[in-house]
Write a protein of this length. Structure first.
Lengths: 448, 667
């Protein structure tokens, strides 16, 4: 039965795509209106709907035929940004040029996303994931799950934009926008230029193949910053990495050379004077370095909780002042736990966001892998921010280990069931942990 | 997609004209069109839109209830649709007076507190336009102006949304072609429908004839009455002084041909006398009377009456006519009639005498009837003895059956009944009796009506159900017609056995419905005012709840604004910025003004030096705590006026031409 529903939805989606490609919203409404008037206007003595039906039908016929005479003749060049943020509208510039001897008006531009439809396997996975959220009827029909899956596959909300009127030979720039709906790579197969019939019902389209990709970074939320879980700690950063932050490495005194001291700091004049190897001693540097642990150990990739974990991590990373601090992100992948750093002259935060954009779930592995990796790197860190999917024994072990090491730690638990999570935290005496509910109307990351 | 507010106002006005609610149409059009002239807008949240949706739903249900109570059921759906522009007005007003391009429609009904279902946002204006057109068409005014007005509205809608690839001339020409084609199209549709109607009328005539008692023919459909006999629905109620009236006669027929009885006698109009109608000359002594309640199909039909009826009274009967055989036709009456019938066994219509038709037997029937009648040896018997012999014939070996039978190898069901099965229902018994009596030389006719036999303890009345419908024969004996009913006496018991299981529940429902119908028709009460008041109160409650919340929000916003007052600076440089934006080069997000004009300068000559100077003065005017001095403000005004005088009248193409002209010529 599910396969029949899937087939039905697939056929309807295909027809809908073709209809949307050929008609405008007004055109679709008029088609529906005409059909209804024809059906209900059969009895010409009972109503006058037959008159509406004939005139609407006439409009459609004339519009359909005249749409073949409206070929758009414009040349465009677009420069797509490499990255964007999920849920936020991005704008970029499109240059339109009219190479024809006549003026051009009424031409529309629209990006073309991937037109693939979900496979049956993808549909089944989606049904299984969202089954508990829907009532019995919706679970059986599976329509809402299909609709959400379609949006995920397309990944981007595209709109048609009207290009400005162009005189012969004229070139103009116009701002185009689109809204990414999910993170990860978004494929655009090209773009469509179309113009309308005189009544604005049917489109005459011309597709230009121009494949391109954009990386949609995770959605970000406002962050309420508190004191970050850090203390300033000695790091062998060196003057080149200090760059004016922390204490400046000023000359303090001369002393005898000890094995292991850097050779470049040897004061040769003093050495020649005294006959002993003397080096210049500088003031120690201090800056903060802390870790952000991103929990991706789940068997439900693409779920709201998993996506919000990545979004919370992205929000925190962007919020940090990387001119004075170093941020290490610990992220699990299929090949193990990776650590990426940004700040203090190293890569910027967007590199970490790109990693988050491509992150996938690692349900097959154990959280203990993350614990081991973090503990190995712990001596370098001033503090740790844990962004967790769940509260279970393995995750609690990590929190206890951090407490034993007297390492400053902030815990944020992303959850779909706030009540249950609150009970768990209370039971394990984690009163200071913050809960981030995925179904909150307004989402804020609280780091206080 | 653009739907101008004035177009919606025109559509509502069009609806008012077509549905003959002109004043309401004008009022609604004024309310909608006023938005165009109002500068203020409402502020509504998603919750408020959902409340408006619920309000609209309540109005719709209340309107449907009022219409159901006050309009004939046949016109219920049509009336509901015609009134939709008024019912859906709140949703439209919510959209246009908030200035939003899309609104959320949803409901809280059936959800827990603070939960609601919200549909995806949609532009309701275009749907409202469609509703107005459909409602106007549904009103079916048959006005010649419908087509031009509807075309005008469609032209307006298409014009504002037209494709700009084509000129207005092409658009208009195309629409003229559409108009001509549309006009031709609907004329063809009218003609085609008329043709189809004529053709189907003949086919459906026989089907519809069987549904209601036709005074001019009764067709033996091998199940017409047979099907009715299975139904326990109460169609008649008889109240009298404890005496059962027995048979109620409704129609009689004289000619039999091919399974159908016909009557050719004409009805004559009955005059009212003393708030009633005299059916026959009154007897010397008034005898019996009964009160009958009867649901009249289509508010006309034949009057069920006991034998010997001479007078009828009733306020729910409006017009009657009568045939010479005493059959009364209700030309006009209420859907539920209640009348008092006066009857006496001594009364019979003096003009009701048999004609040659009452003795006619067709050859097809004579073929098998003659041997049967000859076998009874009725030639030398009196009329009463002949009737008795026929009764005995059917009483001996004939049984009652509810099964409908096809003729099979016989020419007709009647022949099969008489020669083979010897079992059938009342129609067959009555037909056979009438024809056999005719064959024996006794004038006879076929009569249909009802049998009153069952008393309802619930209502304390005699109830006549569908299964009590009956057919019998009448024979003319010594100057009067007498009943000759040869159907086996156990037919009523057999019918009762096959009654519905839930008859008692059906009777209870039927009883309450009767009471309500009497109250509604009898009191002629107008519920419109009552329900209108209820709807108005509900509407006011919801409006108050929405407005109260809106008011509170407005006050809070104002309070915040008072704490943080911002003085708006009116700088003449804004006009320059507007003009610069017309050059068609968009300003990127976070791009500074100066870098933007530098980009424009590459394609159009706009005197960037002057712009930079003006921009700096403008920024100081806006952000410098000390502001600009008077002479500096004057200088800014002069610079902007000069720049606008130079570049304000030029189009971007002109400035591009100037720019290109300024460039040195190349080889």
């Amino acid at each position: 039965m599910r396969y029949r529903f899937y087939t039905l939805y697939r056929v309807v989606a295909g027809l809908k795509q073709r209809l949307h490609a050929r008609t405008t919203p007004l055109g679709r409404l008029l088609v529906l209106f005409t059909v209804l008037m024809m059906v209900f206007g059969l009895n010409t003595r009972q109503t006058m709907m037959y008159q509406l039906a004939t005139i609407c039908f006439g409009v459609m016929i004339v519009a359909f035929f005249m749409s073949f005479f409206s070929t758009p003749k414009v040349r465009v060049r677009r420069i797509l940004p490499k990255t964007c943020t999920t849920g936020e509208k991005i704008a970029y510039v499109l240059e339109a040029e009219n190479n024809c001897p006549q003026a051009v008006a009424g031409v529309f531009f629209r990006e073309q996303g991937g037109s693939g439809l979900p496979t049956y396997q993808q549909y089944l996975v989606c049904l299984k994931e969202e089954g508990s959220k829907r009532n019995v009827v919706d679970s059986k029909l599976g329509y809402y799950q299909w609709r959400d899956l379609l949006r995920k596959i397309v990944g981007v909300k595209l709109e048609s934009h009207q290009l400005p009127d162009l005189l012969p030979g004229e070139k103009k720039a116009v701002e185009i926008s689109l809204v990414p709906l999910r993170r990860g790579y978004l494929s655009l197969t090209g773009y469509v230029l179309f113009s309308l019939d005189p009544f604005g019902l049917f489109k005459k389209s011309f597709f230009v193949s121009a494949p391109s990709k954009m990386l949609a970074l995770p959605q970000r939320y406002p962050v309420v910053s508190g004191q970050p879980p850090k203390s300033r700690k000695y790091h062998q950063g060196g003057l080149t990495a200090a760059a004016g932050s922390g204490d400046i490495g000023e000359f303090v005194s001369l002393r005898e050379y000890f094995s292991g001291d850097p050779v470049k700091h040897i004061d040769w004049k003093a050495t020649a004077r005294t006959g002993e190897t003397i080096i210049r001693q500088f003031e120690d540097e201090y800056f903060s370095r802390y870790g952000v642990v991103v929990d991706t150990y789940t068997t439900q990739p693409g779920g709201a909780v998993f996506e919000d974990v990545l979004s919370v991590a992205a929000s925190i990373i962007i919020d940090q002042d990387i001119t004075t601090n170093l941020v290490d992100m610990f992220l699990a992948s299929q090949s193990g736990v990776v650590s990426l750093s940004c700040g203090r002259g190293n890569t910027d935060q967007y590199s970490l966001l790109e990693a988050l954009a491509c992150a996938d779930a690692c349900g097959a592995f154990s959280f203990q892998t993350m614990t081991k990796t973090l503990m190995a790197n712990l001596p370098l860190l001033s503090g740790v921010i844990l962004i967790l999917l769940d509260v279970d024994e393995q995750r609690l072990d990590l929190v206890r280990l951090l407490a034993q090491e007297k390492k400053s730690c902030k815990v944020i638990v992303v959850t779909a069931d706030e009540q249950l999570t609150r009970k768990k935290l209370h039971r394990h005496m984690l009163h200071e942990a913050k809960i981030f509910p995925v179904d909150a109307a307004i989402k804020i990351v609280d780091l206080q | 997609m653009s739907t101008p507010t004035l177009l919606l106002a025109a559509a509502v006005l069009f609806w008012g004209l077509e549905s003959k609610h002109v004043l309401i149409g004008v009022l609604l059009a004024a309310i909608i069109g006023a938005e165009h002239f109002m500068g203020r807008r409402w502020k509504l949240e998603q919750d408020d839109f959902i409340r408006v949706s619920d309000l609209t739903s309540i109005i719709f249900l209340a309107a449907a209830a009022i219409i159901l109570l006050n309009v004939d059921k046949v016109y219920f759906l049509k009336t509901v649709i015609v009134w939709q522009p008024a019912v859906l007005l709140p949703l439209l007003l919510a959209q246009i007076y908030t200035g939003q391009s899309e609104i959320v429609i949803g409901t809280r009904f059936g959800f827990r507190r603070k939960q609601a279902y919200a549909h995806e946002p949609l532009d309701f204006k275009i749907y409202y336009l469609g509703v107005c057109l459909v409602a106007a068409a549904m009103a079916n005014s048959r006005s010649l102006l419908f087509f031009p007005f509807a075309s005008g509205l469609l032209f307006w809608l298409l014009f504002v949304n037209r494709g700009r690839r084509f000129s207005r001339f092409v658009f208009s020409l195309a629409f003229i072609v559409v108009l001509l084609g549309g006009f031709l199209g609907f004329k063809v549709a009218e003609t085609a429908h008329q043709y189809v109607r004529e053709k189907t009328r003949h086919l459906m005539r026989a089907y519809y004839a069987g549904k209601y008692t036709d005074p001019f023919q009764s067709h033996l459909s091998y199940g017409n009455i047979g099907q009715l006999k299975f139904s326990g629905k109460i169609i008649l109620r008889v109240t009298n002084n404890g005496i059962s009236p027995g048979l109620l006669r409704q129609a009689s027929y004289a000619t039999y041909h091919k399974d159908t009885w016909h009557s050719k006698k004409q009805f004559e109009y009955l005059l009212v006398r003393d708030l009633g109608w005299d059916l026959q000359p009154q007897p010397h002594k008034p005898d019996k009377q009964a009160t009958i309640e009867y649901y009249l199909p289509k508010e006309q039909g034949l009057l069920p009456q006991p034998y010997g009826s001479y007078r009828v009274t009733g306020t729910t009967l409006y017009e009657l006519s009568q045939k010479k055989d005493g059959i009364v036709r209700i030309v006009d009456g209420a859907p539920l009639i209640r009348y008092t019938i006066f009857f006496s066994p001594d009364v019979f219509p003096p003009v009701d005498i048999p004609s040659y038709r009452n003795l006619a037997v067709q050859q097809d029937e004579k073929r098998y009837l003659a041997p049967i009648v000859d076998g009874l040896q009725l030639d030398h018997l009196t009329v009463e003895e002949k009737i008795q012999q026929v009764r005995q014939f059917f009483g001996d070996g004939f049984t009652y059956s509810l099964r409908s039978v096809a003729p099979g190898q016989y020419a007709s069901a009647l022949e099969r009944f008489l020669l083979s099965d010897r079992s059938g229902y009342c129609e067959l018994f009555a037909t056979a009796t009438a024809l056999m009596l005719r064959q024996a030389g006794v004038p006879s006719r076929y009569v249909t009506g009802y049998v009153v036999s069952e008393k309802s303890t619930l209502e304390n009345k005699y109830v006549v159900r569908d299964r009590h419908s009956h057919a019998w024969a009448e024979a003319f004996v010594h100057g009067r017609w007498v009943v000759v009913d040869t159907t086996p006496a156990n037919w009523l018991a057999l019918e009762k056995e096959n009654g519905a299981r839930f008859e008692k529940a059906q009777d209870l429902f039927s009883y309450f419905k009767l009471k309500y119908d009497h109250f509604r028709i009898g009191t002629e009460q107008n519920y419109t005012i009552v329900l209108t008041v209820v709807v108005v109160i509900l509407t006011l409650i919801l409006i108050f709840r929405i407005y109260r919340r809106m008011n509170a929000q407005t006050r809070r916003v104002e309070a915040q604004v008072e704490r943080q007052k911002v003085t708006v600076v009116d700088s003449p440089f804004y006009r320059v910025m507007e003009k610069v934006s017309e050059y068609g080069i968009p300003r990127k997000q976070n791009e500074s003004f100066l870098s933007w004009v530098a980009k424009i300068e590459q394609q159009h000559h706009i005197d960037i030096v002057a712009l930079t100077q003006m921009f700096h003065l403008h920024q100081r005017l806006r952000f410098d705590p000390e502001g600009l001095k008077n002479d500096e403000q004057k200088h800014l005004s002069q610079l902007t006026a000069k720049w606008l005088a130079t570049y304000g009248a030029m189009t971007p193409a002109d400035s591009a031409f100037e720019q290109n002209s300024a460039l040195p010529a190349t080889d």
